[in-house]
Design a protein around this ligand. Structure first.
Ligand code: SF4
Length: 525
């Protein structure tokens, strides 16, 4: 089996669950698509470029049905939720499709069944040895997340270790909860997909749990945990709620149990993800659910770094900030996508607020957690965005001084509430605005990074730099996996070389526009 995962970490976790299920049913991963009998492409459908990459990858893999050993090509993920019928009709090489809410039907799609006898004496089933030849590598993962280590995560509390049919059925039976906000938005048609040809009638409701087999593809020391799925917000540019369904949280105990299992396998950094992590637990009746969850998870022995991504700005509570400040192992890092700063653009985006309110929020965050690194992302070129709106955004960026900032050009998504809006801007204007904002941030980032020079920080060594084997790359608590700048290690101190996945004390010696340079001082205890 060859598996390609496109898109965001949330999609990556879905891929890991599907790989875990396939593995349990007897399939073995290969890094070489030409050798795979079953090829799976887990697609992204966020914006146009992501859709194009998904289609290109499907077509690239389809070639292995004639030039390789592939018998089956399966397409999974967001593109399926959106274009189910069209994929089947227009790409005849595709044998089956699997939507985001039906991960377990990957088995049926692959023609595999979970054997009753797939029960082992060990509660943990970590693949080893032969894995070196069978793990997916870059060749099979063009432009994707690559599987580094074939580790299966399995519920330590599940009665017989490996889940047989019963536990798979149990994950199907997960009782879906919802927030009143989500129910109201459903009534208003927020999740409607009537115009989407072939979209499954029912919205996805699936949630994996701690007993679902999962194949870890991230480097040994780090893992993501998806704590919730779906989104109830009305952002007009976004079709994710239509693709992924209403917001629903995983059970509190399930998330904590998964964290314990991961740490027991050597994971030292956990990143919590969901479309909006700050809504966690609201559907379960929890108040300040994310803060409560972080508080509990921070107590897991051996967990060095715990962080969450995708906070919604008006849900950053005092209790959440206190929790981040209180625990040494909760990274002093906050990712809060703001999308814009002009109140009028934010109003049309149906997100509300504006620069003034955001600055107050950031002030509150920095006061509660001194030294915290802040990440955000913006969309420029939204329909009707005037030059004044852009100036408001630029002034805000100058004042807010984010450590990390991503800028997206508006992508017109059919089916989004913004699609019929007037005032669309030409593509070249959108591109020019994007460049302008990025250039502004470059200067701010350079200045901000200078302040880190001379500091001694905990550093996770990730491996040799892709540019030269003389340099290594790593991250501090202020760098989330894959999205932020890098720390280049050019001096290993008394070591011959660092070990990938290990933590060190390191001194930051230089700062560039986005990246830092460090020297290792000692091994971390
Ligand atoms: S918060 Fe807004 S942008 Fe984010 S997933 Fe939900 S609807 Fe989309």
């Amino acid at each position: 089996m060859g598996f390609i995962s496109l898109g965001c970490p949330k999609n990556l976790v879905d891929s890991e669950v599907m790989m875990g299920l396939l593995d349990r049913a007897g399939a073995r991963l290969t890094a070489h698509p030409e050798d795979a009998e079953i090829l799976v492409v887990n697609t992204c459908s966020f914006i146009d470029t992501a859709k194009q990459e998904s289609v290109d990858t499907i077509l690239e893999m389809a070639r292995f049905k004639t030039s390789g050993s592939a018998r089956k090509l399966i397409v999974a993920g967001c593109l399926v939720e959106r274009y189910r019928d069209e994929i089947i009709k227009n790409i005849p090489e595709v044998d089956a499709v699997v939507g985001t809410g039906e991960l377990e039907s990957i088995l049926q799609a692959a023609g595999l069944t979970m054997p009753e006898a797939a029960v082992s004496a060990s509660p943990f089933n970590i693949l080893s040895g032969a894995a070196a030849e069978t793990r997916p590598g870059k060749e099979a993962q063009a432009g994707t997340h690559m599987a580094h280590g074939p580790e299966l995560v399995q519920n330590e509390n599940s009665p017989k270790g490996r889940p047989g049919k019963e536990s798979l059925a149990a994950t199907h039976k997960h009782e879906t909860t919802s927030r009143s906000e989500g129910d109201a938005r459903e009534q208003q048609g927020r999740f409607a997909r009537d115009d989407w040809q072939g979209a499954a009638h029912l919205l996805p409701t699936y949630l994996y749990d701690e007993s679902t087999p999962r194949y870890l593809t991230t480097p040994k020391s780090s893992a993501y945990i998806k704590i919730a799925e779906g989104c109830d917000h009305p952002c007009t540019f976004c079709v994710i709620p239509n693709l992924r369904g209403k917001f629903r949280s995983r059970r509190f105990e399930s998330v904590v149990a998964e964290a314990r299992q991961l740490v027991a396998r050597g994971v030292e950094e956990i990143t919590l993800i969901g479309q909006d992590t700050t809504c966690y637990g609201e559907d379960l009746g929890l108040k300040d659910g994310l803060a409560t969850l972080l508080d509990e998870m921070a107590r897991v022995d051996g967990l060095r770094w715990l962080r969450f991504l995708y906070a919604y700005p008006n849900r950053i509570t005092g209790r959440l900030l206190e929790t981040i400040a209180r625990h040494d192992n909760i990274c002093k890092y906050l990712d809060v996508p703001l999308q814009h700063a002009s109140p009028s653009v934010l109003k049309t985006m149906k997100r509300g607020a504006g620069a003034e309110i955001f600055l107050k929020t950031l002030e509150k965050v920095r006061a509660a957690v001194p030294g915290i690194a802040l990440r955000t992302s913006f969309i420029v070129g939204f329909p009707g965005e005037s030059t004044e709106d852009l100036t408001i955004l630029e002034d805000f960026i100058t004042e807010a001084k984010f450590d990390w900032l991503g800028v997206f050009g508006y992508s017109d998504e059919e089916g989004s509430a913004a699609f019929p809006l007037e005032g669309k801007l030409p593509k070249r204007t959108i591109e020019a605005r994007k460049k302008r904002v990025m250039k502004l941030q470059q200067k701010i980032s350079k200045r901000a990074k200078q302040q880190w020079v001379g500091r001694e920080l905990l550093l996770l060594a990730e491996g040799e730099s892709e540019e030269t084997p003389l340099l290594w790359e790593g991250r501090t608590e202020f760098h989330a996996p894959e999205i932020d700048g890098k720390v280049y290690i050019n001096d290993f101190g008394e070591l011959d070389a660092p070990v990938a996945g290990r933590f060190y004390r390191a001194e930051i010696t230089e700062a560039h526009d986005y990246d830092l340079v460090a020297r290792i001082v000692s091994e971390a205890v």
